[in-house]
Ligand binder design. Structure first.
Ligand code: C2E
Ligand code: CA
Ligand code: CA
Ligand code: CA
Length: 279
């Protein structure tokens, strides 16, 4: 029933119908997943130039009772569509702050930063600044250790309001990293208005950095841009030593990727940083 130009045949395709209801079930389950405590944060280490862990990015996982571990690539877009991302994002924020509070109690972990991903719907809520402030206060954390990863597209819609919110949060001490940098449309003109702390070079430029001259040129440009704006720069998706070396030679200061560690459970991440702290 594929090549029917004649309208809605495929609507009655039972397979298609099954997909639609499977999706509806998943959406419904997403709304319940927070209260059913099915989410978990994984931690992926972020390294500084001298191979010391700076902290981690928190990456959400959904422990689905039947499907097992579901990738955020699968459910975050759904959550953004059905609005459950607001509740999920709030869970991430609280869980991250609770974790920072626990890490503050131990010498080996008390300076570790934690980056969380913030989606557009979550950020653009009127109550977003208030919610972040409440979480920081409730867990009495050092706000400098909490980093928010925002995407270019998020920043571009309603820029005035976005800048105002970022300023308020910056005044609290919270730092912003611009995620997936280079894939959007940011101009220097507009970047310089934003109270950013860091640019994050998208994995797609790191992938072929060693073999593709234009990717090398792009990476060089991004790093130069970051430096001229006084921003720190981190590369994501670093998988090989050659990539790290290139990045290092171009002036990149922080790295994240499988070369250093995959996203891992809290226990595994804590073991990693404690080991390095002792060494
Ligand atoms: P992202 O923010 O760009 O996160 C980086 C993704 O690249 C992660 O995928 C990470 O596991 C993967 N990655 C990191 N290093 C490497 C590497 O060296 N090689 C390869 N092949 N992959 C690497 P993940 O965990 O599947 O997350 C996918 C996306 O889902 C994230 O992309 C982010 O946009 C979104 N996401 C994850 N957690 C959250 C969350 O708590 N809230 C929101 N709103 N979005 C989230
Ligand atoms: Ca991210
Ligand atoms: Ca990213
Ligand atoms: Ca990316």
């Amino acid at each position: 029933a594929k090549e029917d130009g004649r309208n809605s045949m495929k609507f009655f395709d039972p397979q298609m119908q099954a997909n639609i209801s499977a999706r509806a079930v998943l959406e419904e389950e997403l709304h319940l997943a927070v209260e059913r405590q099915q989410f978990e944060l994984y931690y992926q280490v972020q390294m500084s130039q001298d191979n010391i862990p700076l902290g981690a990015e928190a990456l959400i996982r959904w422990n689905h009772p039947q499907r097992g571990l579901v990738s955020p690539l699968e459910f975050i877009p759904l959550a953004e569509q059905n609005g459950s991302i607001v509740e999920i994002g709030q869970w991430v924020l609280k869980t991250a702050c609770r974790q920072l509070q626990a890490w503050q109690q131990h010498a080996a972990t008390k300076e570790l930063t934690l980056s969380i991903n913030v989606s557009a719907k979550q950020f653009h809520q009127d109550s977003f600044v208030r919610k972040v402030r409440a979480a920081v206060n409730r867990f009495a954390i050092n706000p400098r250790l909490l980093k928010l990863e925002l995407t270019e597209s998020l920043l571009l819609d309603n820029i005035e309001n976005t800048i105002a919110k970022m300023r308020e949060l910056s005044m609290l001490g919270i730092q912003f990293s611009l995620d997936d940098f280079g894939t959007g449309y940011s101009s220097l003109q507009y970047l310089k208005q934003l109270p950013l702390y860091q640019l994050k070079i998208d994995k797609s430029f790191v992938d072929d950095l060693v073999t593709d001259d234009s990717d090398q040129e792009i990476v060089r440009t991004i790093i130069a841009m970051a430096h001229s704006l006084g921003l720190s720069v981190i590369a994501e998706g670093v998988e090989t030593e050659q990539q790290q070396l290139r990045l290092y030679n171009e002036g990149c200061t922080y790295y994240q990727g499988y070369l250093f560690g995959r996203p891992e459970t809290l226990e595994a991440y804590e073991l990693r940083v404690k080991k390095i702290h002792k060494a």
